[in-house]
Write a protein that binds this ligand. Sequence first.
Ligand code: MIC
Length: 673
Amino acid sequence: MAENLVTKILKEHLISGELEPGEEVGLGIDQTLLQDATGTMACLQFERMGVDRVQVPFAVQYVDHNIIQLDHKNPDDHRFLQAFAAKYGMRYSRPGNGICHYLHVERFAKPGATLIGADSHTTTSGAVGSIAIGAGGLDVALVMAGRPFETPAPKVVGVEVTGEFPGWVTPKDVILELLRRRGVSGGLNRIFEFYGPGLENIDITGRITICNMIAELGATTGVFPSDDRTREWMEAQQRPDDFRALAADEGADYDEHEHVDLSELVPLIAQPHSPGNVVPVEEVAGTKAAQVCIGSSVNSGFEDLAVAAAVLRGEVVHPGVVMTVTPGSRQILDSIARSGVYSDLVRAGARMLEPVCGPCVGMGQAPPSDAVSVRTFNRNFPGRSGTQTDQVYLTTPTVAAATALRGVITDPRDLGDYPDLPEAPVEPAVDDRQILEPAPEDEAAGIEIPRGPNIKPPPEPEELPDDLSATVTIVVEDDVSTGDLAPDGVEVMSFRSNVPEIAKFTFRRFDPEYHEKAQEMAPGIIVGGENYGQGSSREHAALAPLHLGIRAVVAKSFARIHRRNLVSQGILALEFEDGGDYEKFEQGQEWELPDIRRRLEDGDEKVKARRDGEEVTLLANLSERERRILLDGGILRQLRREQQEAPATGRHEPESAEARNAGDRPNPEAPRG
Ligand code: MIC
């Protein structure tokens, strides 16, 4: 049967289960990625797994998020991570070297490989044909300890791309168009596979933008075939041997279909406060802007910055606007410096930032109160910029540059002809000296890991009781993001290694006293609407509620990564059978989940919640593995139990990378057509 590319790569890595949408499968993983804001917690949990060395063939720790060094906290984390990486066998990319997603595509991602990363935008590496999936830190730590990655087998959406971009329309418009059609949960449990003749018009920088923001659809990931564009990229990155041609078979089957004709696209923009709130730019043109930010983990490649520079060459940024520009990596910084793009931007008045996530996660450059900020970033959840009353629009570099020039949101087609862009320096400066190798195994044992005073052990849940009685601590609406549970920004994110402190900010946008109330009401329940926990992979959005005594979250539906993070941390994730029952839950009510332990043990797909003669049915949409995790009280307790039951070794024995990679897997390398 003609196979799509996703199926080919997944089959090659399949360890357990069947590739039937919704069935839990175990995948062998070739690479893992941590960044600093999720990395410390992942590492602290990895330490509890009793493994001496990372067990995946390739692991890397980046430092790009918590970059502002207001006090000791962030640099203490960086120091911890550097020592940890050296000791346990990870590469370590130093702060300022670049944004993890961009760097990973430049230096390490490979066609046909699997990558799991503690960041929802790990998906970016799909740009060069990897199956790259974001997960919570504990789930990544498990993979680092040699376990397969367990996930529901996704549906595969075939996105056929035809046509050519009209002037000023860019690859960002492809992903904004998919978001316009499907919204922020329209990709749940799906992988988007791109194919078709239009792909020759999307370079790797453009594919990076599309695969990065596939996460905004709630998708598992996105993937491009590995073609001539990929070959050129790998050659420019001096990694020709990492290239292999990969594509779907001619006439391959997909579970769902999309068609994007590039010639029909127009410049698009996502309005506040959701990446799914997309309209043509002309609908909001004329809106006064106070800030324009170009770059971050999307639209920070050479071509993105070069077009902005071409628009601004010889001009000055509008007096009402402050503009920032962030290159994706040190390599891009070097390319824009050598090609003159940097000086065009500086002369126009742009504030040039270092290659780190920066304003995208509220790490500096917060906009003024109530002001419009036009950004080429990937998320605009309320308050993410650092300003609680922000009005953030997400768009393309061409729209952003035109807006910087005019001071109001501007359709770039009004500027006339598409400008000539400078050539990228033919040879990008490939230089891995900012990526440190781990220590040799015989030296690793002697490495001490320094722990600053802000680095605290992760909390652990209690065992699940037979009957659970818990109080509703809060009822929240649809599409609540993890940014409401563990907010972005310099202040809060500096507590990523300290759950008791970060928990003080939980739901602060809805109720600044929430953390105190939740602790008084414990054990507690959170009641959510649709797509609860959308956005990031940060497991702090589960760890902080755990610290506050939350035992269950009941929602109309969940975002993929957050639901898994709750389960991994031993918090029940249950769904309303009838969405109307959501109305019956109010803050302060005590609900009982009778016999909850036995029901999970028996594999019941429905459980009851009761109070004062009222009874509602909740769905326990949980795999067999998830039930065991919940019964054991989270993954860490489960591992401890397993260790106690295996006195012969006294520790968890992960399957070795060699053993896992051995075996007769089919070759996915079958060219399309
Ligand atoms: C994001 O873009 O939301 C982040 C910040 O990169 C997060 C990771 C984090 O919260 O540390 C993500 O995408 O998972």
